[in-house]
Design a protein around this ligand. Structure first.
Ligand code: WTA
Length: 655
């Protein structure tokens, strides 16, 4: 057995509990139906799960591949689908969101209340000039207004671009500029780790030079922060909503109407604006939310712990749960504030039945110890989900045993910002689960693992994960950059002469085991995965070299037992600086600089000041060797280096 085989060998199996299976939402017939008629299957889902103002007659148009059109002649309003129709169906009194602030304040909003707020917000945005197709940037903490803002933008047929509150003014600025946003919705601050962190100053800084497309800034009052005010541009959210009319009738838009842009890291320095549209995205978000989590909207309480700044928050805090009329928990703060059992306390308080979180959180809780969850009654939990990075079998088992009481199915869900919704996962009540493997493509989804020559690797081997058929929630492009869209995802496996046989390159390495189950091994490109967040090595490198003391920089993702990967940077200082500053000083300055340029999530764990970087004869940095250094391993093959002594120079300096 090779190393990788023994690493991935896993004998533990958990067959579905018969009682659970008897009542499960999903059954194995879904796979049969989708296999017999994949497009018919998706058309059924679209009709069953959504309300169409104009029914579609065509399911998929793939003639202009890789630019897909799903349900293209149908019309719908996404916000109506997530709100009004539930109220009209008599479910207005059902709680949509049980929101809990970090300091302990809380609010529960019913579907009727949420609908009413979204209507007012839509009217307020209209009076600020937001029209169909306009872009609105949202830079908010995890408060109900984030959901209201997204749905209000969607209601107008406008496009939201949510920027995670942890990103810096610089990052916000580049996203606002790229999307040409007309309005920014932000807050005076939000609670995190027992303190209010400010957001408005970052917006002010981002817009400071006045050279911006932004006409108005709407500010939600969350903290008690004093904020600077630009008259004529800034307005309080509560004032605007109070002044707005209460009624707002949602107009239907084309199924392919853009719904949102979400920026994510790619292999170059510039984040890509991933574009999603309405009908296909909402269909798959709703279907997966229902089938993968066995959702029973009348009785379940769902909790996805992701921030709405990431795609997981878009699909499984906002669109999936609300399209399905679910009740969910939304929490503002950090898991360990004010005590390490905060999440478990919330599960007990709201009787959460479905929990969806990331392996990095699970590993942190494992470290903290089982005594924290064991102080609370977690017996309401019946399905557990994982997303964002590979989950190691130990964490999977701990999750099932300690959080799930040894009885709950655990679903490990593989997907990406680009795929819009879950693609590969077990189905609770149907699949016999296997710790560590994401397992099988969902009904209606086709994936494979190919070698460099586009040949399927078959069972027992590893290669590149691809999606072989278009899917409803697939990205429709990169905002403003169709070339990059094609190059990044569709060029590696396009088949000359049959353009609609193109396959989508996910950027992940994967392996099929002897049962055909998918094991996702991690990125094969220059994208790192830190605590389940995507970061680009190139983006951090550009930030580093933009600092005057830096001559050259190389960044690698080194494996880290808590965060999955961690950012480690190798930096050559400019000659003068190298004399003037100690390595410790330079490294402290640069760690802070990266946090300021991109956001705290990108701050390197470690910056190593070196005098050389390993390069090939063509000048390409050999990150593989740097990763060996960062992970404290013996240095691999150096024969392709232009100067083979470089690695010993580096290891000597670091000693
Ligand atoms: C990784 C998050 C292994 C993968 C939804 C992918 C995973 C990237 C899993 C997308 C999983 C996500 N097992 N790896 N279950 N889920 N990934 O765009 O490398 O933030 O390409 O979307 O996360 O990250 P993104």
């Amino acid at each position: 057995m090779s190393d990788i085989d023994s690493l991935l060998h896993e004998d533990r199996r958990f067959a579905p509990d018969p009682d659970f299976a008897a009542q499960a939402v999903a059954g194995s017939e879904l796979y049969d139906r989708a296999k017999a008629d994949r497009l018919g299957f998706w058309a059924d889902q679209a009709r069953e799960l959504l309300h169409w103002s104009t029914p579609f007659t065509q399911t998929l148009d793939w003639n202009n591949a890789p630019f897909a059109r799903w349900f293209a002649d149908g019309r719908l309003n996404v916000s109506y689908n997530c709100l009004d129709r539930h109220v009209e169906a008599g479910q207005g009194d059902r709680v949509a969101i049980h929101w809990e602030g970090e300091p302990g304040d809380s609010r529960s909003l019913t579907y009727a209340e949420l609908t009413a707020e979204v209507k007012r917000a839509a009217n307020a945005l209209t009076s600020l000039g937001v029209r169909h197709g306009d872009r609105v940037a949202i830079y908010l903490p995890m408060i109900p207004e984030a959901v209201v803002a997204m749905l209000a933008v969607a209601r107008l047929g406008a496009v939201h671009s949510v920027v995670f509150g942890g990103f810096s003014a610089e990052s916000l600025r580049s996203r606002i500029d790229d999307a040409n946003a007309k309005v920014v919705i932000t807050a005076d601050g939000g609670w995190r780790k027992g303190k209010v962190f400010p957001l408005k100053p970052a917006v002010d800084a981002a817009l400071a030079d006045g050279k911006t497309s932004v006409e108005s800034v709407l500010v939600v009052k969350r903290g008690e922060n004093v904020v600077d005010w630009t008259d004529g541009r800034d307005r309080w959210w509560h004032d605007e909503l109070a002044a707005a009319a209460a009624e707002h009738e949602a107009q239907p838009f084309e199924a392919e109407n853009p719904l949102f842009i979400l920026y994510t890291s790619g292999t170059t320095g510039k984040p890509k604006g991933i574009l999603h549209t309405s009908g296909g995205y909402l269909t798959q978000a709703a279907f997966t939310h229902k089938a993968v989590f066995d959702l029973k909207p009348e009785t379940d309480v769902f909790w996805c712990t992701a921030d709405v700044g990431w795609v997981t928050g878009h699909s499984y805090v906002v669109y999936g749960p609300l399209a399905n009329g679910a009740t969910q928990v939304m929490y503002e703060g950090t898991p360990d504030t004010p005590h390490p059992g905060r999440w478990w306390e919330l599960i007990e308080k709201y009787k959460v039945s479905i929990l969806y979180t990331a392996p990095t959180a699970i590993r942190t809780f494992m470290k903290l110890g089982r005594e924290h969850p064991q102080k609370f009654d977690l017996s309401s939990l019946r399905v557990l989900g994982s997303v964002g990075e590979p989950i190691n079998p130990e964490a999977w088992i701990w999750y099932r045993d300690i959080i799930g009481g040894g009885k709950t199915p655990v679903v490990d869900t593989w997907w990406q910002t680009e795929t819009g919704a879950i693609m590969v996962s077990a189905l609770p009540g149907v699949t016999t689960t296997k710790p560590g493997s994401a397992q099988v493509p969902l009904p209606g989804i086709s994936v494979d693992v190919l070698d460099e020559n586009a040949k399927p690797v078959g069972l027992g081997s590893g290669g590149l994960l691809v999606v072989t058929e278009p899917w409803p929630a697939m990205l429709r492009g990169i905002w403003g950059d169709p070339e990059r869209f094609i190059e990044t995802y569709w060029e590696k496996f396009d088949f000359e002469g049959s353009p609609n046989r193109r396959m989508y390159l996910a950027g992940d390495g994967a392996r099929l085991d002897e049962d055909g189950d998918v094991w996702v091994l991690g990125r094969v490109d220059d994208v790192m995965n830190v605590s389940g967040h995507r970061l680009s090595t190139m983006e951090i490198e550009s930030a580093l070299v933009s600092h005057p003391i830096v001559a050259e920089a190389a960044v690698v993702g080194a494996s880290d037992e808590n965060t999955g990967q961690a950012v480690v940077a190798f930096v050559i200082l400019r000659a003068k600086q190298a004399e003037a500053q100690t390595s410790e000083e330079a490294s402290a300055i640069l760690r802070a600089w990266v946090a300021e340029q991109i956001g705290a999530i990108a701050r390197p764990r470690q910056i190593l000041i070196v005098s050389e970087l390993p390069k090939t004869r063509s000048g390409k940095i050999m990150r593989r060797l740097l990763r060996d250094v960062a992970e404290g391993r013996e240095i691999g093959d150096t024969t392709t280096l232009a100067d083979t002594s470089v690695m010993s120079v580096i290891t000597d300096t670091l000693k």
